[in-house]
Design a protein around this ligand. Sequence first.
Ligand code: HEM
Length: 404
Amino acid sequence: MTDVSLIPAHVPPERVMRFDFRNDAEIRRDPWGYIARLDERPDIFFSPDLGGYWIVTRAAMIDEVFSRHDLFTATSVAIPKRDKSVVLIPNNFDPPEHTAYRKTMANNLFSPRALATLEPDTRAFSQALFDSFVPGACEFVDDYAYKLPIDIFLKLMGADLALRDDCLSWIKLIFRGRDADETNRGFIAAAGWVATWLDEQLADPARNPGSMFQAMVASRINGRALTLDEMRSITLMLFTGGLDTITSQMTHIMRFLAENPDHRRHLVDHPEDVPFALEELLRRFGISFIGRAVAKDIDYHGVAMKEGDVICAATPIAGLDPRAFPDPLTVDFGRGNGRRVKHLGFGSGPHLCIGAHLARVQLTVMLEDLLPRMPNLRIAPGTTIETMNGATLMLKALPLLWDA
Ligand code: HEM
């Protein structure tokens, strides 16, 4: 039942429509069909779910919500709104403060030096995971999609790879917790580890040369070193931004390829097309529901919004907008006509995903390394596919079989 107390007086009744991307039964069963049908709704509507929030359903507007920090502030990006005690650098800052953090992160943590071994490490970890499968079968979500990004994160940071299982349990609590309590428990455990781990590293900063940790120590912001609190915030940001997202993305792409042998064969026979195919898959299977807070009272495309209203920029909705992508549900590796399809899967504007290169490397390795070794790939018969959704859409489980 709609909770009318969550509908502010300035929201016109004709724009009120329910949409709960975390819990709607339909989005769990058929996320893409459900999201494609949002196109039949107004360009802007208000859902009383998840604390009450605006949703824009056109790619051009989603681009605007991401980019117009003068209208939409990133100080709050979670839906429902989260406790403001956790501020993540750089995500929760608007320009100009954001620009300084972003610049130093791009120049240091994400520099070619810090990422020098990313590709060979990713290939080695991917092969080790494949070798750990029972021949011809895996539960892709737990056996691969969760593990590869965590291994890479720990390796890049210069942390102990034995921490994988702990990280996995915190990530599952934070993003897939059954309630706010579980989410908080995961967050507190991860933040506790970050604090202790940073203290240990700072006691002996010369170890793990070339790691992201060392790059963080070398970073300067307005001419000074980062404070301990800033380092904690950045590490937690990378932990929360860079793991669950890649996992979610991998699950939809592998499901699609397991169900579509022609597309799979094309990638195995034409590895030179992988970079183009990947962008089309990122367009088709957007995963993120990102929030902003309205920065001041505005008239946005004819709709009155008040300061503090929450508004959602959803990349799955952007990728399925037929105005931007004709026949949007079809995966067409040639869609870009020899160019990479431009999409909003990594956001846009000042907060455009800083980890996009890292994500692309891991997704490319998944396609190049796994597909040729999984002939006759298919989903295990009798499987009911379901998503479990938080800030991203993710498959709950994906049991795969192939001819070993
Ligand atoms: C397929 C994987 C990924 C997807 C789909 C994704 C998606 C996104 C999106 C949509 C945003 C924009 C958020 C906003 O506007 O508020 C974003 C920002 C961000 N992402 Fe990613 N991301 C992925 C992987 C990663 C990885 C691997 C890392 C790092 C290890 C990372 C770190 C970040 C950070 C730090 C930001 C905030 C950037 C800023 O505020 O300037 N992401 N990501």
